[in-house]
Design a binder for this molecule. Structure first.
Ligand SMILES: Nc1ncnc2c1ncn2[C@@H]1O[C@H](COP(=O)(O)OP(=O)(O)OP(=O)(O)O)[C@@H](O)[C@H]1O
Length: 477
């Protein structure tokens, strides 16, 4: 750190700290990553007239000398002490959140100090709890104004985050009836007229709003909602929202015109940030965040959870359904998600059957009611989507889905992922694979199997290099 500060004043600083010895040992059997963590800081962005003061924290430097041997044995309660209300911490313990995960351990001191933060850590690593604790620390329950906004890319992720937030803000067991004012949480998600929310905003504004960017901006544009009192703005899966041409302009408005980065704490979370140095620079330049935004980058040389086993199988498209059935029989998954590609507009117009329907119908016939087969895709109406989403929550299932389920979906019982159709990009692979292995404190092995044609082997190899994992070939018997 001293070296970086001396040689690159005002540039990105990379801090390297080790995780606990136990956690380090877990990764010792992993294949050697093909890229090593760069320990020296990148050169300053000379083209930038405003030097960025963003800082990067990287923990668990893999395969390089450790600069620090610091280990944390603090519990979540100790990490949050004096910042997060006691009732929230008690609830967190009641639902089983006692030991912090790596990303929580690294980010909470920064988040709870009120600094802007880019949370960059593997899928299933516990980013949601980290930012929710920061939200609860930032709001004053006694004030009836909207103080926190959490932006999510999809309705399903919004429902999930709301569930966790409400679980944390519920009254702890045995707490006095009126120990403190309750935290109210409203959702503004796509689908529906949001009539109830309009009256709610008028009568007594909630403390926290969890919203998709389009629904939130619609409320602001119609003067139903003002953001002058917000103290914290979180954008979950922000790289996905920035990547959507429909949503990006609204997001920019939200970050700069509807509220100012100076007046709020801004937290951006994702497991994938392509060109993250460039992105941090943009955050400062575009005034999406304050200049001292911190980049908490956990496991930078291991973008995917270590407990995932990656396999691939070469077969023709015609063989795929039968091969899927064979694999399901052999793997006997507790629960599995089968990812298929979204049907193109052209294919719809030509009247072809979608991959989702094809696989769903096939599996339903094959299992004949023995196993719950569900489907989720963009084109379904919101009620049907909500039904599928709540049905998969509590039991074993086979969920056939497009990439709509690949971001943020937390179904910890999922033991297997099948890429029935090949993911378009390495980032898509990472997020699909990340729907399994979602118990950050467990070492249970979960499997990701990708069906490819001979021609697609080359592309999968590229994904392996980019995401630093190894894929084992399965053969057909
Ligand atoms: N401290 C903790 N102790 C035990 N379980 C935890 C802890 N923190 C989070 N979890 C659990 O880990 C799982 C994954 O957490 P979460 O959904 O926050 O991951 P994420 O980092 O947001 O992943 P993604 O990038 O895929 O959205 C959840 O089931 C959550 O309940």
């Amino acid at each position: 750190m001293a070296f970086a500060a001396k040689h690159y004043p005002g540039a990105f600083l990379i801090f390297t700290s080790s995780s606990s010895p136990q956690k380090r040992n877990n990764s010792s059997s992993k294949p050697t990553p093909r890229r090593l963590l760069r320990l020296s800081p990148p050169p300053p962005l000379r083209s930038s007239p405003t030097p960025s003061r963003a800082r990067s924290f990287s923990c668990r430097a893999h395969g390089v000398a450790q600069q620090s041997t610091q280990t944390t044995t603090l519990t979540l309660r100790e990490l949050c002490h004096g910042r997060v209300p006691q009732s929230i911490l008690t609830r967190a313990e009641e639902v089983g959140y006692v030991t912090p995960t790596d990303v929580q351990e690294q980010s909470l001191p920064i988040l709870l100090s009120g600094q802007d933060c880019v949370l960059h850590a593997q899928t299933g690593s516990g980013k949601t709890l980290a930012y929710l604790l920061a939200v609860f620390a930032a709001i004053d329950f006694a004030r009836s104004t909207v103080q926190a906004i959490i932006i999510v890319p999809t309705r399903e992720l919004g429902m999930q985050v709301t569930k966790v937030a409400r679980m944390l803000s519920a009254k702890p067991k045995g707490a006095a009836e009126k120990s403190q004012k309750e935290c109210s949480i409203m959702t503004l998600l796509d689908g529906g007229m949001l009539t109830r929310q309009k009256s709610w905003l008028k009568a007594e504004p909630p403390h926290i709003i969890i919203a998709t960017v389009e629904s939130l901006c619609r409320m602001i544009d119609r003067n139903r909602l003002k953001l002058q009192s917000i103290t914290i703005l979180v954008i979950d899966e922000f790289d996905y929202i920035f990547g959507s041409t429909r949503q990006v302009s609204l997001l920019r408005k939200l970050l700069t015109s509807y509220s100012s980065s100076k007046a709020r704490q801004t937290v951006l979370a994702s497991a994938s940030i392509p060109q993250h140095n460039r992105f941090l620079h943009d955050c400062v330049q575009q005034k999406w965040t304050k200049r001292d935004v911190v980049h908490v980058h956990v496991h930078p040389v291991e973008p995917m959870p270590p407990q995932l086993h990656h396999k691939f199988l070469i077969c023709t498209r015609k063989e795929r359904l039968q091969v899927l059935l064979q694999l399901l029989d052999r793997d006997n998954p507790k629960s599995a998600i089968i990812f298929v590609s979204e049907q193109s507009e052209k294919s719809k117009k030509e009247g072809h059957i979608s991959s989702t329907t094809l696989v769903y119908e096939f599996l339903k016939d094959s299992y004949n009611g023995e196993l719950d087969v569900l489907v989720l895709e963009q084109d379904m109406n919101f009620n049907a989507r909500a039904t599928s989403f709540s049905e998969v929550r509590h039991k074993g299932f086979l969920l056939v889905s497009t990439d709509i389920a690949s971001r943020g979906f937390d179904l910890p019982q999922t033991t297997h992922i099948y890429n029935f159709d090949f993911p378009k990009t390495a980032i898509d692979y990472l997020h699909r694979a990340g729907r399994t292995g979602r118990n950050p404190l467990s070492k249970e092995i979960c499997t990701v199997t990708t069906f490819i044609t001979q021609e697609e082997r080359f592309v999968l190899q590229k994904f392996e290099n980019e995401l630093m994992f190894q894929c084992e070939q399965l053969s057909l018997v």
